[in-house]
Design a protein around this ligand. Structure first.
Ligand SMILES: *Cc1c(COP(=O)(O)O)cnc(C)c1O
Length: 230
């Protein structure tokens, strides 16, 4: 068994244990393997071990990998910040985008999604901790943005994504994830029919699952350490 296959087993076991502890069905939580900075061989290795959904941050790097791996039936999620001049690449190459945090980007993705492709699946990124480095719409602006995105052609609004800064302890981390869960529930109460709450990474997937995450984004826990800047 390869290291990646072994790591995937470990992560899946952590997810299953977290679901059990939270009284949730393990099928309610999807694993997104974050392959940023790792080459196509690593992705292929994970695919051989049963992983089909992959997350990428850097658009150019991702497009190269997606193109190289065209022969595999993989699902690609954009989880990095999106500059306006990169929306076309995202619209043309990805299946999902988690990081829509302003209308202009959503409009461009909508206009640039090729008509032959299925709708681009979209999450609104919400900044729940007000961290200084953060992208994401503020909680009080999430509803307005979601309502505008929900009606754009070529896109399908699926949910909310959040990436709070690592908090000091497990309880504080859980509390931040609960803010995102509250926003998710509020949007659904307003009729948006969302099914995806994208939150939790290698270090905090247990807290995220306890707070209701339906998709965890795990990189280093599967592929190993990355250079510090990535
Ligand atoms: C890098 C990254 C991850 C994965 O982080 P790990 O700590 O390696 O699991 C998840 N989500 C986003 C948005 C990222 O940029």
């Amino acid at each position: 068994m390869t290291i990646i296959a072994h790591n995937l087993e470990t992560v899946r076991a952590r997810m299953a244990a977290a679901c059990r502890a939270a009284g949730r069905d393990v099928h309610q939580v999807t694993l997104l393997a974050v392959s940023k900075t790792f080459g196509p061989e690593a992705v292929e290795e994970a695919w051989t071990a049963g992983q089909t959904a992959f997350g990428e941050n850097y658009i150019q790097e991702a497009v190269q990998k997606i193109t190289q791996l065209r022969h595999l039936p993989l699902q690609w999620h954009c989880i990095g910040p999106i500059q306006s001049n990169k929306t076309r690449l995202v619209a043309e190459h990805f299946d999902w985008v988690h990081t829509v945090d302003r209308l202009k980007v959503a409009q461009r993705l909508s206009e640039q999604r090729p008509p032959g492709l299925p709708a681009l699946q979209v999450c609104i990124q919400v900044n729940v901790d007000g961290g200084p480095t953060k992208s994401g719409v503020l909680p009080q602006e999430a509803l307005a943005l979601a309502q505008q995105v929900a009606v754009l052609p070529g896109l399908r609004l699926r949910g909310v994504m959040s990436m709070p800064d690592l908090a000091t302890d497990s309880i504080a981390t859980y509390a931040l994830f609960m803010r995102a869960k509250t926003i998710f529930d509020d949007l659904n109460a307003k009729g948006l029919a969302l099914d995806t709450l994208s939150m939790g990474m290698s270090a905090d997937l247990e807290e995220a699952i306890r707070a209701g995450s339906t998709l965890v984004r795990v990189g280093s826990g599967i592929f190993g350490g990355r250079p510090k800047s990535a």
